[in-house]
Design a protein around this ligand. Structure first.
Ligand SMILES: Nc1ncnc2c1ncn2[C@@H]1O[C@H](COP(=O)(O)OP(=O)(O)OP(=O)(O)O)[C@@H](O)[C@H]1O
Ligand SMILES: [Mg+2]
Length: 350
């Protein structure tokens, strides 16, 4: 009974089989995935849950005979009214009341996770590269600026300071860029217990102050418990996301009232960065602007990718980096008049 309860905590679908290949036990995830109640799963032959497939039948047979150490394969699950492609792991059990176990994962889900992980790895590599570059640029830049200042002081003709001023102001602009690139790559040292709504309030206040014409609505789930994290970094991440929305809304001729919603919710059974979490906090920034341009959609989290005049293309890659340091991820969906960026953070952090 205890084992059955534990199985219900898993987000992976699990079926436990007897020696004949009949389902003896299944967890809640199995009922969700199969679209049937436990009463209609237990007692069925496991093979009948899948589309006709000799390889799957063989795996189940061998697993129930006690001779299959574990085999992963693709299969098609039959569900009332539709089919679903899944990845199947079948394995014999020893010293258990059941002969074999089947684990089922929807393929779609796995692909999304793999894609997110790949994206994050890519961004990490690019960021590390840019950070190193920023570091190398920093010192000569300081020298350049200092030399221009000295030169300015020595100039015989005041009119020539126009040129040194260009050097100084351009060096300052580059310096600001370089400072943004040098985001701390490490995990925050001291995490505090923080209320995510304080982060949202801070960001909302900053956006309201900077973009007076944008209406901002806060839609909070007040029951969200505290999370552990670095509030400065989370404010920075959310601000980068919210500022993009506000910039998009205010850069267009007004056709609709510019509106941003900052929404918080709890999500259950979420996979973030290849790890399953029972609970996650989702902070959404939703805007009714024109949407992320189609051509940029695959690349917006990459550094230096921008669709905005005067943009440096760093905001989202930095935000992704900061959220990632908290074990989370930022995702988005976008179409005209409805763009949603979701900052997802695991709730049970250590
Ligand atoms: N809410 C949004 N609606 C439409 N487009 C967006 C939105 N958020 C981001 N984008 C697009 O993604 C691009 C990348 O955003 P990112 O914040 O990384 O860089 P940036 O805003 O261009 O420059 P920076 O943030 O460094 O000043 C933006 O230039 C914009 O084209
Ligand atoms: Mg930005």
């Amino acid at each position: 009974m205890i084992q059955t309860l534990v199985l219900d905590l898993l987000s992976t679908t699990v079926l436990l089989l007897n020696q004949d290949g009949g389902v003896e036990e299944c967890n809640t995830a199995a009922q969700d995935l199969l679209g049937r109640s436990k009463r209609h799963i237990v007692g069925q032959m496991a093979i009948s849950l899948f589309e006709n497939d000799a390889d799957v039948a063989q795996s189940i047979h061998l697993a129930c005979m006690g001779v299959l150490q574990g085999r992963r394969q693709g299969a098609v699950l039959s569900r009332p009214g539709d089919h679903l492609e899944v990845s199947l792991t079948t394995m014999s059990l020893t010293q258990q009341p059941w002969a074999a176990i089947i684990e089922i994962k929807p393929i779609e889900h796995r692909l999304v996770v793999d894609r997110t992980q790949r994206l994050i790895d890519e961004i990490n590599t690019q960021h590390a590269l840019l950070s190193n570059l920023a570091h190398e640029v920093k010192n000569p830049l300081g020298g350049l600026r200092g030399a221009a200042q000295l030169l300015e002081a020595e100039l015989p003709d005041q009119r020539l300071t126009e040129y040194t001023q260009v050097i100084i102001s351009e060096a300052d602009r580059l310096q600001a860029l370089v400072d943004r690139l040098a985001v701390p790559q490490t995990q925050p040292r001291e995490w505090e217990s923080l209320n995510i709504h304080e982060v949202c309030d801070r960001v909302s206040a900053l956006i309201e102050a900077e973009f007076a014409s944008v209406k901002l609505t806060r839609d909070y789930d007040a029951s969200i418990p505290n999370i552990r994290g670095d509030s400065q970094r989370l404010v920075q991440a959310l601000l980068n996301v919210a500022r993009n929305a506000a910039q998009e809304l205010t850069s267009q001729p007004i056709t609709v009232l510019p509106h941003i919603v900052i929404r918080t919710r709890v999500a259950r059974r979420v996979t973030l960065r290849d790890r399953q979490h029972k609970l996650a906090v989702v902070v959404s920034v939703i805007d009714n602007g024109p949407g992320v341009p189609e051509a940029l959609q695959d690349r917006i989290f990459h550094p230096l990718v921008t669709g905005r005049e005067g943009g440096s293309g760093l905001g989202l890659s930095i935000a992704q980096d900061l959220v990632q340091q908290h074990g989370g991820v930022i995702e988005f969906d976008s179409r005209a008049q409805c763009t949603e960026f979701r900052m997802m953070l695991p709730l049970e952090q250590t």
